[in-house]
Design a binder for this molecule. Structure first.
Ligand SMILES: C=C(O[C@H]1C=CC=C(C(=O)O)[C@@H]1O)C(=O)O
Ligand SMILES: [Mg+2]
Length: 453
């Protein structure tokens, strides 16, 4: 049973016990939870592929809505951290989840279950980092129930391990798409034009406008299959899955929001885009043209300058290069500025998430007006698209990416999302084409590309 932290009795502790499990495949472990824990799993892998986390089952669920949702999650997590009981060598329990893009959005049926924030401490936590593989059990129980509860949980852990290691490895078939519907192209183009007018009027400098594509499949798509193909097809990106009941939010994003490790923080400006070239020469020509392009540099500079402004008060030793570099991933190249610093003493992970979200790579400049315009102009609910998704551990180390190049799966349907930064020089049809490139990663993963390839 999962517990909302609000229902704590005051006498429970968050017990953790870790074992070493070298050689287990994270996707096989994820899939081992398919039968009994569907809707209660998550998966995370960083861009460098040095850190993979799988969560199965819910020891604790945290949800919060409203403007102060980040602070509510932050406070509850701080309270929970005080309850951790573990041996020194045990892994710290972690909190994984995400926020919706806009806490003030009225919401839609498709995203209803996710609430405007949804975080879990997994019951079974597999972590592969620095060449070591650790599997923990986390459980929030009364001291008097701890021993009996852990006996049950150890049995269940061993069963999951056996399924993952010994029983047949899962074979994933790519789902078959029967229909691909561009949901709101005229609305999207109208929104881009409206933003350009607002820019001319001096109301805003930049707003990110997005749209969605619906895929209908012959059969329900399993989360495991989407995850498998995301890992195969997008090796240069963060890969994430967050299940919630019958829905799953899945993505292959290149964009870090914040990583915090031993007091150091790492963020990134990722904005400004062009497709990959068909050969090396074209790829380099496109990349160099992107680096020199005024419109894309403007899109990018708004992001870097806002990140500087919002993290300067909570950081020291901030290091931000003057010029962007190129970030090349399978389908697209971006302008990229890595940012790092040292977190001030009281600035924890959620202080950074709150300060940074949304950067103008997903929202706009100025932030408040841009988010209002997105709410007014986009004829859709972004849900968790373009919003922070990731984890923090009990030592306040962790990482959040931005949930782009992503899709919401539910049964035989998927909703894919993509957007782009609209600035004064934006051309509506060129922006539409840019969103087509940004849909590609998830179209590859989900099979919706087969007519185009
Ligand atoms: C909003 C998205 O991308 C952002 C990240 C990188 C480049 C972007 C751009 O060039 O417009 C966007 O700001 C998306 O992929 O849906
Ligand atoms: Mg762009």
């Amino acid at each position: 049973m999962s517990k909302q932290v609000g229902s704590l009795t005051g006498t429970e502790y968050l017990y953790t016990e870790t074992i070493d499990t070298e050689g287990i495949s994270p996707i096989a472990f994820f899939e081992a939870g398919d039968r009994h824990y569907q809707g209660q799993r998550f998966f995370w892998q960083n861009r460098e592929k040095t850190h993979t986390i799988v969560g199965i089952g819910h020891a604790i669920v945290l949800k919060a809505t409203g403007d102060d949702r980040v602070e509510v999650i932050q406070t509850e997590w701080n309270r929970l951290k005080q309850l951790v009981v573990k041996e020194q060598l045990d892994q710290a329990p972690l909190l994984f989840g995400g926020f919706s893009f806009d806490a003030k959005h009225p919401g839609s049926d498709e995203w209803r279950k996710f609430s405007s924030s949804y975080f879990v401490v997994p019951e079974f936590q597999l972590e592969i980092k620095n060449e070591s593989t650790k599997l923990s059990i986390n459980s929030l129980v009364e001291r008097s129930d701890q021993s009996a509860r852990f006996d049950e949980l150890r049995k269940e852990r061993d069963r999951l391990l056996h399924v993952a290691q010994v029983q047949e490895r899962p074979l994933f078939e790519k789902a078959v798409v029967i229909e691909k519907t561009e949901r709101n192209v005229p609305d999207y183009l109208a929104a881009v034009r409206a933003v350009k007018k607002e820019i001319t009027r001096g109301e805003v400098d930049k707003v990110v406008i997005s749209r969605s594509i619906e895929l209908d499949f012959e059969e329900p798509v399993s989360t495991g299959s989407a995850l498998y193909y995301a890992l195969q097809e997008q090796p240069e990106s963060y890969i994430f899955v967050l299940e919630n009941g019958a829905s799953a939010f899945v993505g292959a994003t290149p964009e870090r929001l914040i990583r915090k490790e031993q007091g150091m923080i790492y963020s990134a400006g990722v904005a400004g885009s062009v497709r990959r070239g068909k050969d090396v020469a074209e790829d380099q020509r496109l990349g160099n043209a992107l680096l020199a392009d005024e419109k894309n540099r403007e899109e990018h500079d708004f992001v870097v300058s806002m990140i500087r402004t919002v993290i300067e008060p909570i950081c020291t030793d901030l290091q931000i290069p003057q010029q962007p570099k190129l970030l090349k991933i399978r389908d697209i190249q971006h302008l990229f500025t890595p940012i790092q610093g040292t977190a001030k003493k009281d600035a924890d992970m959620f202080s950074f998430v709150k300060a940074l979200h949304p950067t103008p790579a997903l929202g706009g400049t100025p932030r408040k007006r841009a988010v209002e315009l997105i709410r007014e102009l986009e004829q859709m609910d972004r849900g968790y698209y373009a919003a922070p998704i990731g984890f923090v551990d009990a030592n306040d180390n962790g990482e959040f990416a931005v949930g782009i190049r992503s899709a919401l799966l539910r049964g035989g349907k998927a909703l894919l999302y993509a957007g782009g930064g609209i600035v004064s020089e934006s051309e509506p049809l060129a922006e539409l084409e840019e969103t087509n490139v940004k849909f590609r990663p998830m179209l590859r993963v989900l099979g919706g590309n087969r007519h185009e390839l």
